[in-house]
Design a protein around this ligand. Structure first.
Ligand SMILES: [Zn+2]
Length: 429
């Protein structure tokens, strides 16, 4: 391990903890550590508003933050950068802004579910949703900055985090049945009703999912809904059938977490129903806002959230390809959990009516371009493992796993992400 890089932040700079946290995120990305010094003389790098600093911070970015102005139209240039008063890109503030999704703070135009709209995002405006922009900025910084060029750095090989939201296990009769009716498959309807009646409905297929993953040497995480109603699940988490499957999943070494429901029920109630402290969460419908969603994750002792993805678009919602610890602006410290952004979801392609072959091409192009510095978080719902309404998606999942295997891309599990990326950084917290 290299010795830490000494950095001095000029005392007249605001938001010092945010700057420190961003620098720690950047240096961690390169396999380096940084240490903040009390005097300029001890430092390799100096940071501040004045032009003579090695990294010149935008004072305007800080002024707008203190006025609670977060929108990308006000904070960023047309090219998506934050620029300091000398007309140069302020890489550190640009990274702070992107990684922490500040564009979503104080959003006043949410969609019908209360979510930040993809169409209002910077990524939509710049057509950059598939770019690992933050990584590109970090790489650029280490290649071009005279003080950073000579450092020995590392990069992480990309890995894959496989996940499954379990929304429905009894829906097959209705959804696949409708499909069978529309497609003149009467024999299928009889079979679906028969399976549902004898207690092994088609979508209660966690054993099938684990078998497929096991063939390729991967393990995944299942996120369970704890509330049964029209908006949420169609299963009772405490029924003997689900309890049995849940225990099987865990005993085989696969992982679980909670899928926070829509509606009024609280995290406290759902964790009680879950029966033990879960490590991870994904919000059902990806319904959360910032910063409130992150506050809830932390307040309820979760160590990982994996909700940061846009439902209608595949790619990087915060323009960063790796799990990270977000910064809590209100309390001026890092949060106590890791966010592992959801990048690829079956339903995104399904809802866009995209042919499976096209989705496959899109996914593989993305993976090819990002063999380093990504954790590909994939959400494949259990109902997409059947061959009726969601025909083609099981094969696509197999193709993806085959592709990863061939490219030497290994799996990373929920608990491994927490171990590797949750570094309570050297900040007072
Ligand atoms: Zn869901």
């Amino acid at each position: 391990m290299n010795s830490p890089i000494n950095i001095y932040i000029s005392p007249d700079t605001a938001f010092q903890n945010l700057i420190k946290h961003t620098l720690q995120t950047v240096f961690f990305n390169k396999g380096l550590q940084c240490l903040f010094t009390a005097t300029r003389d001890d430092a390799l790098l100096t940071v501040g508003y004045a032009e003579q600093n090695d990294l010149v911070i935008s004072e305007r970015f800080h002024q707008l933050l203190s006025q609670n102005i977060f929108s990308h139209t006000q904070q960023l240039t047309e090219n998506g950068n934050i620029v300091n008063k000398f007309g140069n890109t302020d890489f550190i503030s640009t990274i702070s802004y992107l990684v922490n999704s500040f564009q979503e703070y104080y959003d006043n135009d949410p969609d019908q579910y209360g979510r930040f709209k993809y169409t209002n995002s910077l990524q939509h405006k710049l057509n950059s949703i598939e770019n690992n922009t933050v990584q590109q900025i970090i790489d650029h910084l280490f290649i071009s900055h005279p003080k950073l060029q000579g450092l020995t750095t590392m990069q992480r090989k990309s890995r894959v985090f496989l996940t499954h939201d379990i929304d429905s296990v009894y829906g097959s009769v209705k959804e696949d049945g409708r499909y069978s009716l529309d497609n003149m498959l009467p024999g299928q309807i009889t079979r679906l009703i028969y399976n549902a009646t004898i207690g092994t409905p088609d979508w209660l297929n966690m054993d099938k999912i684990m078998k497929v993953e096991d063939e390729f040497g991967f393990k995944s995480t299942f996120y369970w809904l704890l509330v049964k109603n029209k908006q949420n699940s169609d299963y009772d988490f405490h029924s003997p059938t689900i309890t049995k499957v849940f225990n099987e999943v865990k005993s085989k070494g696969w992982e679980c977490g909670i899928h926070k429901s829509l509606g009024d029920s609280s995290f406290t109630d759902e964790i009680k129903t879950y029966g033990s402290q879960p490590q991870g969460n994904r919000f059902h419908f990806l319904k959360f806002t910032l910063s409130g969603g992150y506050d809830l994750i932390e307040q309820h002792g979760l160590k990982l959230d994996t909700s940061l993805g846009f439902s209608p678009a595949f790619g990087l919602r915060n323009s960063f390809g790796q799990p990270f610890v977000p910064f809590n602006l209100k309390e001026n410290r890092p949060y106590h959990f890791v966010e592992a952004p959801q990048m690829m979801m079956d339903r995104t392609f399904f809802n866009l009516n995209m042919p499976v072959g096209e989705a496959k091409k899109k996914l593989f192009d993305f993976v090819e371009k990002n063999k380093y510095n990504c954790v590909f978080t994939i959400n494949w719902h259990n109902n997409f493992f059947t061959e009726l309404k969601y025909k083609g998606y099981l094969q696509l999942y197999r193709d993806i796993l085959t592709g990863f295997k061939e490219m030497g891309i290994e799996g990373i599990t929920q608990s491994q992400i927490i171990d590797e990326y949750y570094k309570p950084m050297a900040l007072a917290s």
